[in-house]
Design a protein around this ligand. Structure first.
Ligand code: G1P
Length: 303
């Protein structure tokens, strides 16, 4: 059901999470297990992303999956034998952890079919999403739950009736890893209007330091644009290219960026993944007190 808000737009309820990637950077860990299930401290990476969607009010989650992804479905489903064992032991703390991910959201699944790129993965959500604005969350990026991003993007979508992407300033040496935006200021220091986008520009060719991080709130017109988006960088159908079309032709309100200055953890690369675990673990009340002094001593032993 579409729910009009006070600004005349519609309440966003749907989150799309592309999760069909092969995770080859983490082989052999990902030979038989989806990369989204790799633990970040003690939770699979994908759970942080679903929790973020739910915290922003998006309880209808569609995952775009592929082969070897059944562990994802199992993680968000009941697990009778384990529940019974924990119940019999009276271990309510662990039982709550198990049930939390089961009850977190209404999770749906569709397979991507062929690995034709992020734009193609998003296109597979069309039937489920219909003609409402929706969010896309990429699983490699974890946004610290203490910092606001997605709810702000949803509010901007309602206010501007446009598509919204999350931007972060990155070092020019890292620009070739991201979709890079050229922008103009708006009257809001946290929001910019996007005038152009390039997917992973060659080093030295990037037009700004504003990189797309993996959060989008999109107008449904993106689907029509994706239908006509030819393969781009790497021979894949790129979401960035479809957004470039929306931005330059001002389709469905154009594209705006919310500039994020909070804590983001990248779990898509092995070194960043290890950094994410250390950063999140030292701040945890249950693990930090033991880990911090050990880490200091350990670091002192390094050259
Ligand atoms: C994708 C997008 C890219 C974006 C990035 C954010 O790339 O194509 O535009 O900047 O996510 O993490 P990937 O990292 O999947 O190669």
């Amino acid at each position: 059901m579409r729910m009009p808000t006070s600004s005349g737009s519609f309440t966003i309820t749907k989150a799309v999470i592309p999760a069909a990637g092969l995770g080859t950077r983490f082989l052999p860990a990902t030979k038989a297990m989806p990369k989204e299930m790799l633990p970040v401290v003690d939770k699979p990476a994908i759970q942080y992303v679903v929790e973020e969607a739910v915290a922003a009010g998006l309880t209808d989650v569609l995952m775009i999956t592929g082969r070897n992804k059944s562990a994802l479905e199992n993680h968000f489903d009941r697990v009778g034998e384990l529940e019974t064992t924990l119940e019999e032991k009276g271990d309510t703390e662990k039982l709550e952890k198990v049930n939390f991910s089961t009850d977190l959201a209404e999770v749906h699944y569709v397979r991507q079919g062929a690995p034709l790129g992020l734009g193609h993965a998003v296109q597979r959500a069309r039937m489920h999403v219909g003609d409402q604005p929706f969010a896309v969350l990429l699983g490699d990026d974890i946004i610290d739950s203490r910092d606001v991003l997605l709810s702000r993007m949803i509010a901007e979508q309602g206010l501007r009736n446009a598509s919204i992407v999350a931007l972060m300033e990155v070092d020019p040496s890292a620009a070739h890893l991201y979709g890079i935006a050229t922008v103009e200021p708006t009257d809001d220091p946290d929001v910019v209007r996007i005038t152009g986008l390039v997917e992973k520009p060659t080093f030295g060719d990037q037009l700004s330091n504003y990189a797309i991080i993996g959060r989008y709130v999109l107008q449904p017109q993106i689907f029509d644009v994706l239908d006509n988006t030819p393969p781009g960088k790497g021979g894949e159908i790129q979401l960035t290219d479809a957004l470039q079309e929306l931005a330059t032709n001002n389709i469905a309100g154009g594209v705006f960026g919310v500039v994020f200055r909070g804590r983001r953890y990248d779990t898509g690369d092995r070194v960043d993944y290890i950094k994410a675990i250390v950063q999140l673990a030292v701040e945890r009340e249950d693990l930090g007190p033991e880990l911090r002094p050990w880490l200091k001593t350990f670091v002192a032993t390094l050259d």
